[in-house]
Write a protein that binds this ligand. Structure first.
Ligand SMILES: [Zn+2]
Length: 351
C-alpha cells in the first residue's frame, strides 16, 4: 500500500484503533470491521455513519458519484474537443492571486523537517514530489488517491500530520464542523490547515453540495486555529461569471437553448475573471475564501473576538489579508511567537 510506503499508519475510521492486514483486507480488532483494499487503495469508510458505503467502492471498483469526472471523460470526436475547450475556458485563471496547495506545501516545508501532509478530497490532483510525504485521500478513486476516506471520520491516529489541505471540499460534506474537528485531531501541535471553500457559487456536484461560507463564517469554522493568512479565493468577476452562466441556463430547459447558452457563458468566463483583481474590495461578495491556520491547543477563539475582528479584517479584503506576504517568511529558527500580528496586516483574529 502506498500509505505504508509513505510511512503513514492507518487506523479504523470508526474507533481509530490500529488495523492489521491480511489477504481479505484491513481488520479492526476493536470493532471487528473489515475494510477492503481495492487495487492497492484501502477503502476506509465508516459504514455506520458515512453517506458512502464500503460496498460502493468494493463492488464496481469505484464510486464515481462525487468525483470531479475529469479523468473519466469518455467522449470522443467533436464532443471531446468541446469538453476540452469548455474546461479550458471554465478554468480560466482569476486575476486575483491566492496561494495554491503547492505553495502552501513549500511554505510549510521551508519551516523545518519534511512535513507529513494529508490532502482531504484530492480529486485529480497530485501534490508534492518524490521526496515529499503527502497522503492523498478522497471519496472517489483517482490517479493520485492513496486512501478512500470520508473527512467526517479520518482513518488516522491523533497528531499524525503537520499539514492538512482541503481545497473545495468543505462545501461537499454533510457536517463541516465535524470534518474540521477531525482535521484538528489528526494535526500535531504546531500543525497547519489550508482550506479553500466557496461562498457565492451555484450548486455543483448536485446532491453532494451541502453548504457555503461567508468570510466570517469560514473564519469561525476554523476557530480552533490561529490565522496565519486568509483572503479571497475567487473575486466578484468570478461571481459574475457563475451567475451570468446560471441566468442564461435558467431561460429554458430546451437543449437547443442550453448548448449555445452554456458556450456563451464559457466564452465570457475568462473576461469576467479578469475583473477579480480590479474589484479588489469585494470580499463580502466573493466567490470563495481561503484560510491558512495554525492549530490552537487550548480554547477556541471566542465568537465575540471574531465579530469584533470583522470590522478591521474583512472590509479591506483582500488588500489587508495579503496572501504572499504571510506565505514567504524566512524560515523561523524556533516556533513562531503566538503574539498578535500588527493591525496593519489585517490579521486581527488573535485579539
Ligand atoms: Zn474499528
Amino acid at each position: 500500500m502506498t500509505a505504508e510506503r509513505l510511512g503513514f499508519r492507518l487506523a479504523c475510521p470508526h474507533d481509530k484503533a490500529p488495523l492489521t492486514e491480511d489477504a481479505a483486507g484491513l481488520h479492526c480488532a476493536a470493532c471487528g470491521a473489515l475494510y477492503p483494499v481495492v487495487a492497492g487503495v484501502p477503502v476506509l469508510i465508516d459504514d455506520t455513519s458515512s453517506v458512502f458505503t464500503v460496498a460502493d467502492f468494493a463492488r464496481s471498483g469505484g464510486y464515481a458519484g462525487a468525483s470531479y469526472g475529469r479523468d473519466a471523460d469518455g467522449a470522443s470526436g467533436a464532443r471531446r474537443l468541446y469538453h476540452r475547450l469548455a474546461r479550458w475556458l471554465g478554468d480560466a485563471p482569476s486575476s486575483l492571486h491566492h496561494p495554491d496547495a503547492a505553495e502552501v506545501l513549500a511554505w510549510r516545508a521551508a519551516q523545518g523537517p519534511p512535513p507529513r501532509v494529508l490532502v482531504v478530497g484530492s480529486g485529480g490532483i497530485t501534490l508534492g514530489g518524490p521526496g515529499d510525504r503527502v497522503l492523498q485521500t478522497d471519496v472517489a478513486f483517482g490517479p493520485g488517491v492513496h486512501v478512500i476516506a470520508d473527512a467526517h471520520d479520518l482513518p488516522f491516529e491523533p497528531a499524525a500530520f503537520d499539514l492538512v489541505i482541503a481545497v473545495a471540499v468543505l462545501e461537499h460534506v454533510v457536517d463541516p464542523e465535524r470534518c474540521v474537528a477531525e482535521i484538528h485531531r489528526v494535526l500535531a501541535p504546531g500543525g497547519h490547515v489550508y482550506a479553500v471553500t466557496p461562498f457565492l457559487q451555484p450548486v455543483h456536484m448536485g446532491a453532494h453540495d451541502f453548504t457555503r461560507f461567508t468570510p466570517i463564517g469560514h473564519r469561525r469554522l476554523f476557530r480552533h486555529f490561529d490565522e496565519v493568512a486568509a483572503g479571497v479565493a475567487l473575486g466578484m468577476g468570478s461571481v459574475l461569471a457563475f451567475t451570468f452562466g446560471a441566468a442564461l441556463l435558467s431561460v429554458s430547459q430546451a437543449r437547443a437553448w442550453r448548448l449555445p447558452a452554456r458556450f456563451l457563458a464559457l466564452l465570457a468566463t475568462p473576461l469576467l475573471r479578469r475583473l477579480d483583481g480590479v474589484l479588489r474590495h469585494g470580499a463580502d461578495a466573493a466567490g470563495g475564501c481561503w484560510f491558512l491556520g495554525e492549530r490552537r491547543g487550548g480554547a477556541p477563539i471566542s465568537d465575540r473576538a471574531l465579530v469584533a475582528s470583522y470590522h478591521t479584517g474583512f472590509r479591506q479584503c483582500p488588500g489587508s489579508l495579503p496572501p504572499r506576504k504571510a506565505l514567504n517568511p524566512s524560515p523561523p529558527a524556533s516556533p513562531p511567537p503566538a503574539a498578535p500580528e500588527p493591525a496593519a496586516s489585517g490579521s486581527t483574529w488573535h485579539a
